[in-house]
Design a protein around this ligand. Structure first.
Ligand SMILES: Nc1ncnc2c1ncn2[C@@H]1O[C@H](COP(=O)(O)OP(=O)(O)O)[C@@H](O)[C@H]1O
Ligand SMILES: [Mg+2]
Length: 266
């Protein structure tokens, strides 16, 4: 199993869309995929037709519990209209967990819950809230790879720096090495801000910046209205084609890491 988290403390940078697009493409390839919503706003939960205000069993139950079993996790998992894609939904109650602060062990709850369903899924993708708090720490702790979508505009660069500083503090305290990929998003080649920000991301973040970008594409909004993954809605749209390229890059990175890991353990 491979766990990817999508995070950035800025809203509207297409974290949720990235989680659903990549999750949908992995499901199209026949992988068993679980997408986890740990944003109290529950955008991804709403996307798939569940109501985060009234849902009874959600990821909140798992983060509150002292210990969880495999069947506790399975009981919370919901279906989507894609048979290979399952959802661990959010509820608005997640906000109280964010406010309750960081008691000991609180940051590792997600890691433990995911470990119970290790054999049930090939990929787990976590969509995080735009807040550098307990919930995002849970996502960072649980993942093998971090994806950071960044809107291609000037102000985004400052908040990216801040975000990556926090990530490095968290990973140090967890004694964990974490590889990340910066994903330039909402790219509009007609605007100077997009063009210049993309150049800066490439030069400042080198191998950690995906050299391509996700373009502005209104088809994502149309897909969200139907509650289907963007590739189910229109597999040939510019945006989906861009996410296909990103997925190839991420899969080849994870293969390289696997080779590296197996060499280390020889
Ligand atoms: N490539 C895109 N081009 C244009 N609009 C997009 C694109 N991707 C997503 N959107 C729309 O932008 C809005 C914010 O995206 P979302 O994924 O919810 O961001 P976040 O989770 O970072 O807050 C949504 O309405 C979504 O449909
Ligand atoms: Mg979101």
């Amino acid at each position: 199993m491979e766990v990817w988290a999508v995070a950035n403390q800025k809203g509207g940078v297409v974290k949720t869309t990235t989680t659903i697009s990549l999750g949908g493409l992995l499901a199209d390839k026949g992988h068993r995929v679980l997408v986890i919503d740990i944003d109290p706003q529950g955008s991804m939960t709403t996307y798939f037709g569940y109501n985060p205000e009234s849902i009874e069993a959600s990821v909140t139950n798992l983060l509150r519990a002292e210990n969880v079993t495999r069947s506790d996790v399975q009981a919370v998992v919901k279906k989507t209209n894609d048979p290979n894609l399952s959802l661990l939904p959010a509820s608005v109650g997640l906000a109280t967990i964010e406010r309750s602060g960081s008691q000991a062990g609180m940051g590792l709850k997600m890691t433990k819950a995911i470990s119970k369903v290790w054999n049930d899924f090939d990929y787990v993708l976590i969509d995080s809230p735009p807040v550098l708090g307990t919930l995002m720490i849970n996502a960072i702790a649980a993942c093998d790879h971090l994806l950071v979508p960044v809107q291609t505009e000037f102000l985004a660069l400052k908040s990216l720096e801040r975000m990556l500083r926090t990530v490095s503090m968290v990973t140090k305290s967890l004694n964990k090495e974490l590889d990340y990929t910066v994903i330039p998003t909402l790219y509009d080649q007609r605007t100077k801000a997009s063009v210049l920000t993309l150049q800066t991301l490439r030069s400042d973040y080198h191998l950690n910046a995906w050299p391509s970008f996700i373009p502005v594409d209104t088809r994502f909004r149309d897909a969200s209205k139907q509650g289907v993954t963007p590739s189910q809605f229109d597999a040939e749209s510019h945006g989906v084609v861009a996410y296909k390229g990103l997925l190839e890059e991420l899969m080849s990175k994870s293969q390289q890491n696997d080779t590296h890991r197996s060499r280390l353990s020889m």
